[in-house]
Design a protein. Structure first.
Length: 341
């Protein structure tokens, strides 16, 4: 039944129904299993980290105190508590740092690749949904959930690590690769990078299995590349020490170390040891070496390195997302612009 209009009046144009909310609901419904898995991983890892922060660490710290008080070979201490804490903390660190690879695999295979392969993406584009809006919702909603969940996990991991310092003898140094990334925002950036790279792989290959492999490998490559660049992302501190030491003095994240000659030239460390040993003293005399040197990053450089590495990763993420939108625009022949209601 149609409404009557008064003579001389014009009917208001029908309002175009909003499709954004419907698309969000469709994304949540379609990827509900992945949402459940992500929630399960978040709860399991969060519970493990809370246990490590509380009772697990307390038991391990008490065992280390018992061990330090040992004066005989047959003294008693809770070795199981030490081994349990060491194993579970390693599992938690590996799990947190490998989350970006899972995100990349899911993004390439399920979020985009499968819909391109099955043709469901093209069906959505015929339902008053532009390809650009489709991809924007596909990326924005998971990005929010991934950012929130991963941020909580890396915060918990950093709290666990900070509380273990000085209490657990086997605790990792801040500069250890997995520990460094599990403790800070670089892991969040890697996860977002995996999401963007996965979407790009899915749009490019239009095959779920191929996109899964390529997205996972590409995200791993970004992780490795950023790790290799990390020592160069902030100015180092140089420590010069006597040849009477057993080697260069330094700690944290080391970039270069070796020998300095009387002219200031840098030579590789021959790993001979202290000049107090005759053979080493003769070697250093032949090399005209006068001291050891070490270019390294102390713990005070932790946050500058984290933030610069995070920024670099987010630039790569933005580039991957930009290329994905450009590729979608090229293939669909539509303008890549957001439609605002």
């Amino acid at each position: 039944m149609t409404a009557l209009t008064a003579p001389g009046s014009t009917a208001a144009p029908p309002r175009r129904p909003s499709t954004s909310r419907g698309l969000v609901r469709a994304v949540l419904l379609l990827h509900r299993p992945a949402l459940y898995i992500w929630a399960g991983l978040f709860v399991a890892l969060g519970a493990l980290l809370l246990w490590l922060y509380g009772p697990g660490m307390d038991a391990a710290a008490e065992a280390w105190r018992q061990y330090d008080r040992c004066t005989t070979a047959n003294c008693s201490y809770d070795q199981d508590a030490l081994l349990r804490y060491k194993s579970y903390s390693q599992y938690a660190t590996f799990a947190v740092t490998f989350l970006p690879l899972l995100v990349a695999a899911w993004s390439g295979a399920s979020l985009v690749g499968r819909e391109m392969e099955n043709g469901t993406a093209h069906l959505a584009w015929t339902q008053s949904i532009s390809p650009a809006r489709w991809l924007a919702v596909k990326l924005t909603l998971p990005a929010a959930l991934i950012t929130a969940g991963t941020s909580v996990l890396v915060t918990l991991h950093h709290r666990v690590w900070a509380r273990s310092q000085g209490r657990i003898h086997s605790a990792k140094n801040w500069s250890e690769s997995f520990t460094f990334h599990a403790n800070g925002p670089t892991t969040v950036a890697f996860a977002l990078c995996g999401l963007a790279v996965g979407a790009l792989a899915g749009l490019t290959l239009r095959r779920s299995l191929g996109a899964l492999v390529v997205a996972t490998l590409a995200t791993g490559a970004v992780r490795i590349a950023v790790g290799m660049a990390l020592p160069h992302l902030w100015p180092t501190v140089r420590t010069v020490s006597s040849l009477k030491n057993d080697g260069p003095v330094g700690g944290g994240l080391t970039l270069h170390h070796g020998l300095l000659t009387s002219t200031g030239a840098q030579l590789p460390d021959p790993y001979c040891g202290s000049s107090r040993y005759t053979a080493c003293r003769h070697l250093y005399d032949r090399l005209d070496a006068v001291s050891f040197y070490s270019d390294w990053h102390p713990y005070s450089h932790y946050w500058p390195l984290q933030l610069v590495a995070t920024g670099l990763t987010l630039v790569i993420t933005a580039l991957a997302a930009f290329v994905a939108f450009r590729l979608l625009n090229h293939r669909t022949g539509t303008a890549s612009k957001e439609v605002r209601q």
